[in-house]
Design a protein. Structure first.
Length: 262
């Protein structure tokens, strides 16, 4: 069953949606009412699918830049508007030395450190040994930036490919989403797991060799974000467009907002 809270978060952005939780239903409706004309860019009295998609993308990017802003002040120690690797390393990992990192108890620490280091190099697009805020945004949210997506593939493969054969088997794919440690006493799989098994064979494993290759994983990760946003928009329109004309009129949007603010 569709959760309308997802629509609410997609329309407002997750941080803004949290602020709305502190408002009364009347205050929430009034603030939402003022937002609708901003979504209707051409001011024709309707919210189209493209206008709604653009608004969802805008709220997603706004969340990313707000996240960057929150973290930036912590890491930019000298407040010069640029972030260097030593600044980030010192505030994130502290005084841990390379020798200490080699200790067995710090194995996970070492993995995260080297992952961050690789991300940093990729995000530093002009190779000036420091990051601007936009470059830092690509470091924090690489899935949103085209030049970072190959790194997202590498990181995902590293996490899921337990036997390190360079691909993801069906069992590795399922275990990542449905870890054996979490269902020791369960005799049957949930329906969503069965659905994922079918998705693996039908859509993920394109060449039907029983594994997801690095190239196939890249295709999956590149399309997931687009499909997620598209699905959110289609669901919002489906819930709001009561007269089935393919557009969301202001009154229809206000009815949807009443459910969000209830």
């Amino acid at each position: 069953e569709h959760n309308s809270n997802y629509d609410h978060d997609a329309f407002l952005g997750s941080e803004e949606a949290k602020k709305f939780q502190a408002l009364t239903p009347e205050q929430s409706r009034e603030r939402l009412r003022k937002l609708v004309p901003r979504v209707d860019v051409d001011k024709d009295g309707y919210v189209t699918e493209d206008e709604l998609k653009n608004w969802v993308r805008f709220t997603q990017h706004r969340y990313i830049m707000e996240d960057v802003g929150r973290q930036w002040t912590t890491h930019d120690i000298d407040q010069d508007g640029m972030l260097t690797w030593p600044e980030y390393r010192n505030t994130t990992y502290g005084p841990l030395t390379e020798q200490q990192m080699e200790q067995p108890e710090n194995a996970q620490y070492k993995k995260l450190f080297h992952r961050d280091q690789n991300r940093w190099r990729k995000a530093d697009s002009n190779n000036d040994q420091s990051l601007t805020k936009e470059e830092y945004a690509s470091f924090l949210h690489p899935e949103e930036y085209e030049h970072m997506k190959v790194l997202v593939v590498d990181e995902t493969l590293e996490d899921i490919d337990k036997d390190k054969d360079g691909s993801i088997s069906l069992q590795e794919y399922i275990d990542d989403m449905y870890p054996p440690s979490e269902h020791k006493d369960s005799a049957t799989e949930p329906d969503w797991v069965k659905s994922e098994r079918e998705q693996f064979g039908t859509y993920r494993d394109k060449n039907k060799d029983g594994k997801i290759s690095c190239e196939e994983l890249g295709v999956v990760l590149r399309t997931l974000g687009h499909r997620y946003s598209q699905a959110e928009v289609e669901e919002m329109i489906k819930n709001a467009d009561k007269n089935d004309n393919g557009f969301v009129e202001y009154d229809e949007f206000l009815i949807l907002m009443k459910r969000w603010s209830a």
